[in-house]
Design a binder for this molecule. Sequence first.
Ligand code: GLC
Length: 526
Amino acid sequence: MPGSTSPGTIRNPDGWWRGASIYQVYLRSFADGNGDGTGDLAGLRARLPYLSELGVDAIWLNPWYPSPMADGGYDVADYRNIEPVFGTLAEAEKLIEEAHDLGIRTIVDVVPNHGSDQMVWFQEALEAGPGSEARERFWFRPGNGDGPPNGWKSIFGGPAWTQVPDGEWYLHLFAPEQPDFNWNNPAVREEFLDVLRFWFDRGVDGIRIDSAAVLVKDLDSVEESYTDHDGVHEIYREWRRIADDYGQRVLIGEVWLPDQERFALYLRPDEMHTAFNFAFLASPWEPDALRDVIDMTLATHVPIGAPATWVLSNHDVTRPATRFGRADTSFDHGDRKHGMPSDFELGTRRARAAALLAMALPGSVYVYQGEELGLWEVEDIPDDLREDPIWARSGHTDPGRDGCRVPLPWSGGEPPFGFSTGVPWLPQPAGWSTMTVEDQLADPESMLSLYRAALGIRRERLGDGVMAWLPLGDGVLAFTRDSGLICVVNLGSQPVRLPPHESILLTSGPLDGDLLPTDTTAWLSS
Ligand code: GLC
């Protein structure tokens, strides 16, 4: 049967990603198998049945390579191995195989913009000195007088240049421990093509491309000039040729670009297959804004035949249950609204409604670990335990992203909630005692039960395809899907009457008779 839905079956072998539900595993915080307080491959492998029962088609793992962890693993020291704290390459291969046995595909994160200052290439570059071939793999430059070559700033705060003892400076768009590669150098291009082959040979089904739009730079520009240069597309065309050689492998771009025309260029038929929808992720919980972003997304994707993606959270952004409970519900990297009061009950109601909206839209959907538990952003991590480099580099003004990276609560009434037998690398709030997986599995009204039910229905009748708006008035987002499912989201202030339907499949919260309350979504069968 096409699109068979029994667990253990790989669905939609052609363009499997087009309607997939993809679960993001932040390995450090998922499950710890050896008691050292950091999540690892043993922990993940033991919990694969959880993901299978949740009903996801694929997992995307954040970087799992050897790394000094200056930026949570996005400072990669060796692209062809596994961080020892996480496990071994043999275990990674087993994970890929065991996941496949459960019908789950594996996507790995490749970081092409920068490596780690501890990687062999960078150490060679330091050693070899100015003018050497080894330095040509990075951006080394003499200073401008006593200062750096130009005034570019790091995305994490502070200057984008660091000086080495012989006087030259090297560029790092992120932390100093993350030197940027020089993509004009053919050796860099070859290296990454080989890295892709390395992981495809090990059975991975896709690559998430980190910071995908900033690889090409114009250092002569006084202004920062690295975002979205035309030259970046040739790189992804080469990557696509490799992916196509293997077949059924997906390239997913992390492309933060407000300009939809420029964004669409990355999704041309010979480049990436899909990219994260950050416009949707950043949208405030307001009907007009959401409707516009949905229309804009489809207008961008449909003509070029690329599947849209729907993303509510990831390891870089504020947890939805917190964000949606604030007076300002939008997300902005530049202003993370730390400490802005949040009504968690309201935020949770909206996060539930938003989940059903995201999962009903045509395309693929991403679920970041803990989103399915409705976890809140942990804002009271003690300062001395904060690890995100944004915290130090902002001069301790921006606490950064640790608050959405706290280890998951699995079971029990107190930390470490079954995450580990040791001390978790970031402390978990005692208040998560009612939010554990164990607790939520026993409660049909829980966020986890909602996600499981929704992902199950999605498998049967949602995913890739088309939608059409149903006009139900201001404040209401309603649309039909090709499978006959109707999704109605009430973002207005008054309860609304449901449109004619045959049955109610799922709601994000209780109905009020046959009225749909504010901040509630219903899935109906027509
Ligand atoms: C991406 C990652 C983020 C990381 C940055 C630098 O934005 O998602 O976590 O810090 O790239 O690699």
